[in-house]
Write a protein of this length. Structure first.
Length: 84
């Protein structure tokens, strides 16, 4: 499974999005607000899941973290940058 799809599945699983499939999540669309419609509680849940699954460090209130969480693509770029 590629990283984008792995992140999409993690979003679905960690947030219990029962009616959403990997195909429903646009890689470049916003995860919050008008995009997938996630909120700040979802952000906390997703942040914990990403830290656990990918063993990366996230700073809770940093502007950079907000940018990483913009879309699946930006999250994938962040995770890749932490792996090297």
């Amino acid at each position: 499974m590629n990283l984008h799809n792995e992140i999409k599945q993690l979003i679905i699983d960690s947030l219990d999005l029962e009616d959403v499939t990997v195909e429903d999540i646009d890689t470049d669309a916003a995860l919050f607000g008008d995009g997938l419609g996630l909120d700040s509680i979802d952000a906390l849940e997703l942040g914990l899941a990403i830290k656990k699954q990918f063993d990366v460090k996230l700073e809770a209130n940093s502007e950079a973290t907000r940018e990483y969480f913009y879309s699946v693509a930006s999250l994938a770029n962040f995770i890749e940058s932490q792996r090297t």
